[in-house]
Design a protein around this ligand. Structure first.
Ligand SMILES: Cc1cc2nc3c(=O)[nH]c(=O)nc-3n(C[C@H](O)[C@H](O)[C@H](O)COP(=O)(O)O)c2cc1C
Length: 349
């Protein structure tokens, strides 16, 4: 019933996009999902150009099925020593407690927005599908990608963002409900009170836009997939449910948290990167407050926190780690990504 439409939208047999998840997966998860008939994603937002190219080569060597490349397109804000000082003073007690000293670190904090250098490197591969988070790149860059015949999609977290993306010429809109794990793709406002749940968001967008919608956020099982398609989505994008899969690189501490009672309490926090993202509530979120005006702008908040995280994790502590997770962990299973993909479509005709 959905096959022709899905083929046209994603180029795949199944209406499933494995959500790109920077920091917890590489090409292996993408390959497994693409081979299973879904659209596997390579999260490029935290990778350098060499690593992006190497992941693409890895996917192409493993399968001829389509895959998705995912990039961030945030504005890079200035970051000066005075701003470093505020954040370092806020975190000083933790550095003292752990007995480590704080370094200023690289200014980019490992997250560069999509740019012409990246486009130069990936152009030869003529990627079939690219998804963006945090809006779209400037028009020239957008037109350049479209000229390759690439399908371009981006996340909308409000009806306004969906209308904005449609007017810019994207091929489909990822409707990211507030239940979603990881970063909010919000880009027209910083006001988190504008963010709505998947059911409300899908209904609002379906009624007002003419291009296909990809539902994301809180979809973790076959019933959720079926319900999203019934509501008018052409496909779904699923992240959290894949976090325990064999091919994901989710850390042992993160896996433990996802399987524990703690997973039922997630919240949006800007402490780990500077932008709101959903993760399992942990020590630093409890002590500093999940949303803090003291956290520097994205991506700079990550510089100091990453140092605490790396040291603490070696001691077996997850109190400074971004335990990204959506609100619905009920579908997380220790199985292969192929099995997960098959399970997710098991209620579709
Ligand atoms: C661990 C994790 C990392 C994520 N990283 C990215 C990313 O790099 N790029 C992106 O576009 N979305 C990212 N997301 C958000 C997903 O694209 C998607 O919106 C979300 O996973 C859907 O909700 P769900 O987690 O409830 O399935 C991430 C989500 C998670 C859980």
């Amino acid at each position: 019933m959905f096959t022709a439409k899905v083929k046209a939208l994603l180029g795949t047999e199944l209406p499933i996009i494995q959500a790109p998840m920077a920091g917890v997966q590489d090409a292996n998860l993408a390959i497994a999902v693409s081979k299973a008939g879904g659209l596997g994603s390579i999260p490029c937002g935290m990778l350098g150009i060499e690593a992006i190219v190497s992941d693409i080569i890895k996917v192409k060597a493993a399968t001829t099925e389509p895959y998705n490349l995912n990039f961030f397109c945030h504005q890079m804000p200035d970051y000066n020593q005075a701003q470093h000082d505020v954040w370092q003073n806020t975190l000083a007690k933790y550095f003292i407690e752990l007995g480590i000293s704080c370094e200023n670190g690289p200014n980019s904090a490992n997250r560069m927005p999509f740019n012409h250098d990246i486009a130069d490197a990936i152009e030869a591969f003529k990627p079939e599908f690219i998804s963006f988070h945090f809006g779209l790149p400037e028009q020239k860059l957008f037109d350049r990608i479209k000229s390759w015949g690439t399908k371009v999609v981006s996340s909308a977290t409000t009806l306004e963002e969906a209308l904005w993306l449609e007017a810019k010429g994207v091929d489909a809109i990822i409707a990211q409900g507030i239940e979603a794990g990881g970063h909010r793709g919000m880009f027209l406002t910083d006001d988190i009170t504008t963010q709505v749940g998947s059911m409300a968001l899908i209904s609002q967008i379906v009624k007002k836009v003419d291009i296909p919608i990809i539902a994301a956020g809180g979809i973790a099982d076959a019933q959720g997939v079926k319900a999203s398609l019934l509501m008018g989505a052409g496909a779904v994008q699923i992240g959290t449910a894949y976090l325990l899969c064999d091919e994901a690189n989710t850390s042992a501490l993160h896996r433990l948290a996802l399987k524990s009672e703690k997973a039922s309490h997630t919240a949006l926090t800007n402490l780990f990167s500077g932008k709101p993202a959903r993760g399992i509530v942990n020590r630093i979120m409890n002590e500093l407050g999940c949303m803090s005006a003291l956290a520097p702008s994205f991506p700079h908040a990550a510089i100091e926190i990453t140092q605490l995280r790396q040291y603490a994790e070696k001691q077996g502590l997850d109190g400074f780690s971004p335990l990204w997770s959506g609100q619905n962990t009920s579908g997380c299973l220790d199985i292969s990504a192929k099995e997960m993909t098959k399970l997710l479509v098991s209620q579709l005709e």
